[in-house]
Design a protein around this ligand. Sequence first.
Ligand code: SF4
Ligand code: SF4
Length: 319
Amino acid sequence: MKQQIIDLAKKCDADLVGFASRDRFEANDPLFKIFPNVQTVIGLGFRVLRGIYRGVEEGTTYYQYTTMGVENLEETVMPMALLRVANLIEAEGYTALPQRKNPLIMNEENETNPEVDYTDVYRGVKAENQLNFLDCAVKCGLGEESKIHSLLTPEFGPFVRVCFVLTDAKIEETELKQLNLCDGCDECIKACPGRAIDEQGETNSWRCAVYYNGANGSKNPFMPPDAFSDFDLKTKMEIIKGSAEFDNEQAKEILDNIYFYPPAKHFYRTSICGRACDRACYIHLEKKGVLTKSFNKPFREKEDWKLSIKQFETGKRED
Ligand code: SF4
Ligand code: SF4
C-alpha cells in the first residue's frame, strides 16, 4: 500500500510524501488525543510555486501568492489530495483521518495568524489538541525545522505547505536524514519589513500580522499618502518605517486601519510583505547551492526594491 499512497499523492500534486510511525512521537503528543490507535502519520508536502513569489519579489502583483499559494493550495489542492489518499487507505480496510491546519486556532492563547483577519481567530479551543504540523513534517522526513521555526525542505526550502493523514495501518517509515539546511545566517530575520522576528528566531505574531498586511510604507505599493491618519504623525511614521513599538491591543488598532487591498476569498489576508523572511531564506539556500530543485536563473535577479516614504509625511502622493 505504501507505493500506492505515494503514487496517488503525487498524482494529486503532492511533491513530497513521508511516513512516520507512532513510535517517533512522545506518549503525550496531541496525535494520540486525536487518534489514539494511530499507527502511521503520512505527511504530504506541496510546493508553493516559485513563480507565485515573483510578483511580490518584483512588487507587481500580490493576489497570486495569496490566492494560489495559500488559498487554493489549502482549500482545494491539499484537501483533494488528503481525501483521495484517505479513500485509498479506507478502501483497504484501514481508518484514515485527514489533518488540515486550522488557520483560526492558535498554539498559544494570545497569538494571532497573519494569514487571517485577527477577529476571525477563534479563542475557544485548546491548541494542545491540535496536531503540531511542523513537528509532524520533520518526523515524516519532509524537512527540518529552521532557526525561525519554519519548515525547510531539501527540494524547495521554505516554499512549501504540508498536511497529513493519520491511519491505523502500519506502514514502513521514511528514514530520517540530518539535513543541516539552516546555518543560522539570519537573512530571514533581517528581511522582515517590521522586525517581527527577534535575534533568537522567535516571531511576535502580532508584529508579523501588522507587517504581513503591509504596514511598512516602503514595501507597500498600495498604501495611500493619508494612511494611518488616525495616528499622530510621529507614530504614523514609526509604523510606516517598521520601527514602531506596540502591544497586542495597539497592533489591532493598526490592523483596523490597514485595508488597502482586498483579501482573497475564504478570509485569507493578502500578504503584502510577500513572506520576505521565506524569500530571503530561499535566496540564501539557492545561492549556497543546497536546494535539490534548481532553476535556470537565480530567484533574485536584481537589488531588492524599496519605495520612498516621503509622501506619508506630507500626506500628498509624490509624482
Ligand atoms: S535565512 Fe534560512 S538558513 Fe538563514 S537563519 Fe533564516 S531560516 Fe536559517
Ligand atoms: S517577513 Fe512577513 S511573514 Fe515574515 S515575519 Fe515579517 S511580516 Fe511576518
